[in-house]
Structures are given as C-alpha cells and as structure tokens.
Design a protein around this ligand. Structure first.
Ligand SMILES: [Fe+2]
Length: 240
C-alpha cells in the first residue's frame, strides 16, 4: 500500500519526536503492508512554522536512516498544509511542496480546521484551479461541520476538491461519527484515497491494513486497491 499522509519526520510537528521514534513508526508501517510513504508534516503558521526548506533536511535524514536500517520502504516528502492566508503567501513563494499530480494539475494536501469548513473555501478551490492546482482535503470525515452536514462535501467536490479518508476512521478506531461519515464518503464515491495520518506508535499508528480489510469487505479487492494503492500510486508517481 501507499500511505500519502503521516507525521513521521522527527521533531518538526506533533508526530515523531526523535529519529528513533520515527524508525519504530517506519518499521510499523512496513509491518502494516506499506511499501511507499509520503512524509507530510504540518505546515500550520504560528503552530508548526514549516515550509519546503525546513522539511527537506529532516526528510533527508530520515531517508538516510531508513536506508541504513535496510527498511524495505520508499520515502518521499510533501506537507499537510493548513488553510490560511499564509498558505497563499507560501504558495506564491514556491515554499509549499506538492503531493503529486492528478489530471495534469499539481496537487496539494490541505487541512481544514477541525470544527468548521472555512468561509470562502469554494473561492480558494476556484483560485487554485486557475493556477492549475487541485486540493486533496485531509480527513474530511473528522471535520465537525461535515459530520453534521456531509452534503457540504458535494459542493467542495464540484469545485474540484478530492478527499482523503483516515485509515483509522474507515476501520472504526476514530469513533462512531468519523466511521459513519467515512462510510458516507465511500457510499457516495467521494473518497479519492485512504491514508494513515500516523503520528506515533502508541495512539496514532498506521492501521492501513485494517482499513484495507474493511474496504475489501465493503466493496471487494477492487475498491481496497483503488483507495490504498492505485489512486495514491498515480498521484505520487513523480515523487518516488
Ligand atoms: Fe495529518
């Protein structure tokens, strides 16, 4: 499987804190059946002040350590970018790493606040489209406004948004509302892919294997492969 969202680069966000933590998490990813992993630390101005230049050295260090440990996993880097004015500024400065390409457009992994859908997000999506950029919205099934009114996601999809569900939500480890909303996305064929959003071994491990199994039970191997392997592979083809 290909995991396009996790916080495994040590010491630059609320994910792995040390290289040792990161290597344990990587081993867990390997054991979970992940062969390719895109490291996506938070870029969240005022909280995690990252950009392409702060992410790259940590990524290179992790890649080197993984190779020295002979871990059978390919690594690439991108970011999970919080929607804010800073996002637009950093984008214009070429400081936002893209997560790949889809339909001839560059793709960015975007994070909404957890409690609401930001006002004007449709305008943002339209503006991005004008720059030949598409957005993948990270974990919409954990957004409080979408949980209450999942139909709002239809409108975002009409403006070009793709959606990444969290493996733990799909597998039922993130509570009833996340599970129900994740299934709403699956039933309405709005899920582009599933990714781990793994942060640590104890509370936020990868769980891609569990999600794959759930998807297989729901829609067969075809659905599980599409969301955990084929769509992420096409998206990230240029990264690895
Ligand atoms: Fe994340």
């Amino acid at each position: 499987m290909i995991d396009i969202h996790n916080h495994i680069i040590p010491g630059i966000d609320d994910g792995a804190q040390t290289l040792a933590d990161a290597l344990v998490l990587l081993q867990l990813a390997v054991d979970d059946g992940i062969t390719h992993l895109v490291c996506t630390p938070h870029m969240h101005a005022g909280r995690f002040n990252n950009c392409i230049e702060t992410i790259r050295p940590g990524f290179k260090g992790l890649q080197k350590a993984a190779a020295e440990s002979a871990l059978p996993i390919r690594l690439a880097m991108a970011a999970e970018v919080r929607i804010s004015d800073d996002f637009i500024i950093q984008l214009k400065q070429n400081k936002v790493p893209f997560i790949g390409r889809w339909q001839n457009k560059a793709v960015v992994l975007l994070e909404m606040p957890h409690d609401r859908i930001p006002v004007g997000i449709e305008n943002l999506l339209d503006w991005l489209a004008q720059q030949d950029i598409l957005a993948i919205i990270a974990h919409p099934e954990r957004n409080k406004e979408i949980i209450l009114r999942p139909g709002r996601a239809q409108s975002l999809a009409k403006h070009g948004a793709l959606f990444q569900l969290t493996s733990a939500s799909v597998a039922g480890h993130f509570g009833e509302s996340a599970l129900k909303t994740a299934h709403w996305f699956l039933e309405n064929e709005l899920a582009f892919c599933v990714a781990s959003d793994a942060h640590n071994v104890k509370n936020r491990p990868p769980l891609m294997g569990a999600a794959y199994k759930t998807l297989e039970e729901m829609g067969g191997k075809e659905l599980a492969d599409k969301l955990c392997l084929n769509n992420p592979a096409s998206l990230c083809e240029t990264l690895f």
